[in-house]
Design a protein around this ligand. Structure first.
Ligand SMILES: Cc1cc2nc3c(=O)[nH]c(=O)nc-3n(C[C@H](O)[C@H](O)[C@H](O)COP(=O)(O)OP(=O)(O)OC[C@H]3O[C@@H](n4cnc5c(N)ncnc54)[C@H](O)[C@@H]3O)c2cc1C
Length: 399
C-alpha cells in the first residue's frame, strides 16, 4: 500500500511493526484464539518496544506521538494476521482519557504501565437495555462518605479478565435520567461486588467479551477520573459536562482504532487471496487471478481499504492537532468506510479460495464473523449513518 501521506518516521514505524507482526503471524493468533488464550508474548513484546503506548505522553513513559502512530501499529499487526484488539481500549480509549483528564496521581499510577503493556484497562459503556443509545445507561454511582458505590450492568465488554481494571461509564444518582451526564470510574478487576461472566460468542478471538454485574461496588474517591476536580462529581453532585468531555475524548480514538483494526484485517484477507489467486490453476495453465471475475473484486477491495485508510489518516491528524469536532466526523466516516471495506474484503477473500476458503488450514472462514465486528462495534454502521445524516447533512432525526 502507498504511504505517501506519512513521514519517514511513520514509514519506519510501519515497517518495524510489520516485521514484528510477521514474526508472530496468523498461525500464532489463530492457535491462541482457538484455545481462548491471550496473545501475551506479542502484547509484552509490542509494549517493550514502545508500540502500545506510542500515543501516550513521554513524561509518563509513552512515545509522545498520537493516533496517527497508534493506528499504524494496530493496522500493521492486523495486516500480519495478529491484531491486538485490546489496543483499541487500553492505550487508545483509557490511556487517552486518563492522559487528558486524570489526576496527577491517576496518570502516575496508570500511564507508565498502559504504555509498556505491563498494565491494561478495558472499557465498559454498553448496557443491555441501552445498547446504541448510551443516553439510557443506568449504571449509577452514589456517594457513601468519601467513597462511591457503583451499581449496574454492562454487556460485551472486551478483555475484562486480562485487564487490571475497567474504565466504567456511569452516571451519578441525581442525574439518573435525562441527557447523559457521565462519570468515569476506574474499577480494579478484583474489587468485591464486581462480577463478570464470559459471553459465549461465535467468534474466534483471543479476547473474550463479558457481561458485568456491579453490585454496590465500593470505590475510593480517587477512582473517579479527574477526581471531581474537573467538575465531574464534586462531592455529592452530578457528573457534569467534564464527564461528557472525558467520554468524548475517548470516542474518537476508539473509532480511529476501530478503523485500523478493520483495515488491518481486510489487508490480511486480500493478501492471502491474492497469493492464492496467483498460483491456483484450474484452466489451461492460467491462474484464477487472471480471470477478471476474481481479479476485479480483489482490486475493488484493495481500493476501498486504501480509501478507508485515507479517511483514517485524516481523522488521526485532526485528532492529533486538537480538532476534536473535525476529528469526530472524520473518525466516524473512517470507521464506517473501514468496516464496510473489511466485510467486503474478507467475503471476497473467502470466495477466491473456493472450498479452501472454508478450511481451517487456510484460516479465512473465521474472519467472516470477526469482520462483522467491525460493522457493529464500537459503534454500529447505522449509528454512524445517523450521525452523518444529522450532524453533517442537517437532516431531521427519527428517534
Ligand atoms: C466483539 C465485540 C466487542 C465489544 N467490546 C465492547 C467493549 O469493550 N466495551 C463496550 O462498552 N462495548 C463493547 N461492545 C459492544 C458494542 O459497542 C455494541 O454491540 C454496539 O455499540 C451495538 O450495541 P447493541 O449490540 O446493543 O445493538 P443495538 O443498539 O441493540 O442495535 C441493534 C441493531 O439496531 C441498529 N440500530 C439501533 N438504533 C438504531 C437507530 N436509531 N437507527 C438505525 N439503526 C439502529 C444497530 O445499528 C444494530 O444494527 C462490543 C461488541 C462486540 C460485538
Amino acid at each position: 500500500m502507498s504511504t505517501v501521506l506519512e513521514t519517514e518516521e511513520h514509514k519506519a514505524l510501519r515497517a518495524a511493526v510489520a516485521a514484528l507482526g510477521k514474526r508472530y503471524g496468523r498461525a500464532y493468533s489463530a492457535d491462541l484464539a482457538r484455545k481462548g488464550e491471550h496473545p501475551r508474548e506479542l502484547w509484552d513484546e509490542a509494549g517493550k518496544l514502545g508500540y502500545l503506548g506510542v500515543n501516550l505522553p513521554e513524561e509518563y513513559g509513552g512515545g509522545g506521538g498520537g493516533m496517527a502512530e497508534l493506528s499504524i501499529v494496530l493496522e500493521e499487526l492486523g495486516a500480519a494476521g495478529s491484531p491486538l484488539l485490546m489496543m483499541v481500549v487500553s492505550p487508545a480509549i483509557c490511556g487517552t482519557v486518563i492522559a487528558r483528564f486524570g489526576t496527577e496521581a491517576q496518570k502516575r499510577k496508570w500511564l507508565p504501565g498502559l504504555s509498556d503493556g505491563t498494565l491494561s484497562m478495558s472499557f465498559g459503556i454498553t448496557e443491555p437495555d441501552a445498547g446504541s443509545n448510551s443516553h439510557r445507561i443506568t449504571t449509577t454511582a452514589r456517594r457513601d462518605g468519601d467513597d462511591w458505590l457503583l451499581t449496574g450492568r454492562k454487556v460485551f465488554i472486551s478483555g475484562v479478565d486480562i485487564s487490571d481494571a475497567t474504565l466504567v461509564v456511569g452516571r451519578t444518582e441525581d442525574a439518573r435520567s435525562g441527557n447523559l451526564k457521565p462519570c468515569l470510574f476506574i474499577v480494579p478487576r478484583d474489587t468485591p461486588g464486581f462480577g463478570r461472566t464470559a459471553i459465549d460468542m461465535e467468534l474466534y478471538a483471543a479476547e473474550k467479551q463479558f457481561e458485568l454485574v456491579l453490585d454496590d461496588v465500593r470505590l475510593p474517591a480517587d477512582a473517579l477520573v479527574g477526581g471531581g476536580a474537573s467538575g465531574a462529581g464534586e462531592a455529592g453532585s452530578e457528573g457534569g459536562d467534564a464527564g461528557l468531555l472525558q467520554l468524548f475524548a475517548g470516542l474518537n480514538p476508539e473509532r480511529i482504532m476501530g478503523a485500523a483494526f478493520a483495515i488491518g484485517m481486510g489487508r490480511y484477507a486480500v493478501g492471502r487471496a491474492v497469493e492464492y489467486a496467483k498460483t491456483r490453476t484450474v484452466w489451461k495453465g492460467a491462474p484464477i487471478g487472471s480471470h477478471q471475475a476474481i481479479a476485479h473484486p480483489l482490486a475493488q477491495a484493495h481500493i476501498e481499504l486504501e480509501l478507508a485508510r485515507l479517511m483514517m489518516q485524516k481523522a488521526a491528524r485532526l485528532y492529533d492537532e486538537g480538532d476534536d469536532i473535525g476529528a469526530g466526523e472524520a473518525a466516524n466516516m473512517a470507521k464506517y468506510a473501514a468496516g464496510e471495506a473489511c466485510v467486503k474484503a474478507v467475503d471476497q477473500a473467502v470466495h477466491t479460495l473456493g472450498g479452501n476458503g472454508l478450511t481451517r488450514e487456510y484460516g479465512l472462514a473465521s474472519l467472516v464473523t470477526a469482520a462483522r465486528v467491525a460493522r457493529i462495534a464500537p459503534v454500529s454502521r447505522e449509528m454512524i449513518l445517523n450521525y452523518v445524516s444529522h450532524q453533517s447533512l442537517g437532516l431531521p432525526k427519527s428517534y
